[in-house]
Design a binder for this molecule. Structure first.
Ligand SMILES: NC(=O)c1ccc[n+]([C@@H]2O[C@H](COP(=O)([O-])OP(=O)(O)OC[C@H]3O[C@@H](n4cnc5c(N)ncnc54)[C@H](OP(=O)(O)O)[C@@H]3O)[C@@H](O)[C@H]2O)c1
Length: 333
């Protein structure tokens, strides 16, 4: 029996991933999820009897350490900037290894926000980060978004008590599918993209940073779930075909990039003619510091390691812009 634990399984990204595992015809899987909302916990209980719900927050260090120490595989999908939560997970994994002598697996959702170059929308960068080029990734200082957490995770792998895999999507878009989405249990909108659209409608002017020349990577939410499932399958099939982990275990998940101005052009058709975000507005609309620079940063990547696993994204930049248009058209003014 394999114990797998989801933290953040009711999120925009986590929902389709948890749905797939609940739909798997695998009696050897014992699936648990940490759920902070009592309403979502109740709905999930009635949705799927196989799922073991643990109520609580990932900020409850004792609880997280305990439930992780019971798991063989942990999906950490909640908050890639919460170092304290990540450290609780790592302590639990260490405990698990101490008891079983078998390295548990951590699959952690980070993001390409760590590639940000402070372009402030002024230029399109030619730098493309490649997940096979570890030396290039290691040039990113710990002060970059998400990076302190990613480095703590890599260090845990180096200490050899866990195998760690870090998944880094570009901006995620599209409608999530699966049993959680159908039952209305998961978040259906995206923190970053919907946050940007909402901010634009609230200020009655599409937001832009500088000239909006920066290039952002994007990926469809279903294709993120495809990668995570492919990665998990490769990990459990293991042996000599086990994917790289730890220092080498970075997996970009993006399929193309687009000048941010193109997103602004779509949003201004309904939210109002573009107006540059002031620094104060960025702080007000995006309290998460990881997002404040994001809309003006270049963050280009090449998902070669992910593709080498067999990941085959098909959605394009055109699909991304259509998805933005669809969301903007549904927005009530
Ligand atoms: N969306 C993107 O474009 C994107 C791109 C790259 C990276 N990322 C990163 O990927 C991660 C997930 O993003 P998302 O868009 O799926 O976010 P989301 O929709 O806000 O989902 C976050 C998930 O974590 C849970 N959660 C949050 N705080 C918690 C707490 N204190 N205790 C227990 N559970 C908690 C949420 O529970 P509830 O269901 O109760 O809300 C939800 O299940 C984030 O770290 C984000 O920065 C996102």
């Amino acid at each position: 029996m394999k114990n797998i634990l989801f933290i953040g399984g009711t999120g925009y990204i986590g929902g389709p991933i948890l749905s797939r595992f609940l739909e798997r015809d695998d009696s050897n899987l014992n699936i648990s999820a940490l759920v902070r909302s009592p309403e979502k916990a109740d709905k999930l209980r009635s949705l799927n009897a196989r799922l073991n719900i643990i109520s609580g927050s990932h900020n409850d260090a004792e609880l997280v350490e305990k439930i992780v120490s019971d798991a063989d595989v942990v999906f950490s999908l909640a908050d890639c900037d919460d170092l304290q939560a990540a450290e609780s997970i790592l302590r639990g994994l260490k405990k698990r290894f101490g008891v079983t002598g078998i390295k548990p697996v951590l699959i952690h959702m980070s993001g390409t926000g760590c590639l940000g170059d402070r372009a402030k929308g002024e230029f399109s960068s030619e730098t493309i980060y490649n997940d096979l080029d570890i030396a290039q990734i290691e040039t990113l200082p710990a002060t970059q978004a998400h990076r302190n957490v990613d480095l703590a995770i890599v260090e845990a792998d180096t200490q050899e008590y866990t195998d760690t895999y870090i998944v880094l999507p570009g901006i995620v878009y599209g409608t999530p599918h699966g049993i959680l989405a159908d039952a209305g249990v998961q978040n259906l909108t995206n923190l970053a993209l919907t946050g940007y659209i909402k901010a634009s409608f609230d200020r009655r002017a599409a937001g832009i940073v500088g000239k909006g020349k920066n290039l952002i990577s994007h990926v469809d939410v279903t294709e993120v779930a495809d990668l995570v499932e492919t990665l998990y399958n490769s990990v459990v099939e293991g042996a000599d075909r086990a994917p790289e982990h730890g220092r080498n275990g970075y997996y970009f998940v993006a399929h193309g990039d687009v000048e941010f101005e193109k997103v602004t052009e779509v949003v201004e058709t309904r939210a109002g003619t573009r107006r540059v975000f002031t620094d104060t507005e960025l702080k007000t609309y995006f309290p998460n510091p990881g997002l404040q620079g994001f809309f003006g940063d270049n963050g280009r990547c090449d998902s070669q390691r992910s593709r080498a696993l067999g990941w085959k994204p098909v959605k394009t930049t055109e699909d991304f812009l259509v998805s933005v248009r669809d969301e903007v058209e549904q927005w009530k003014v």
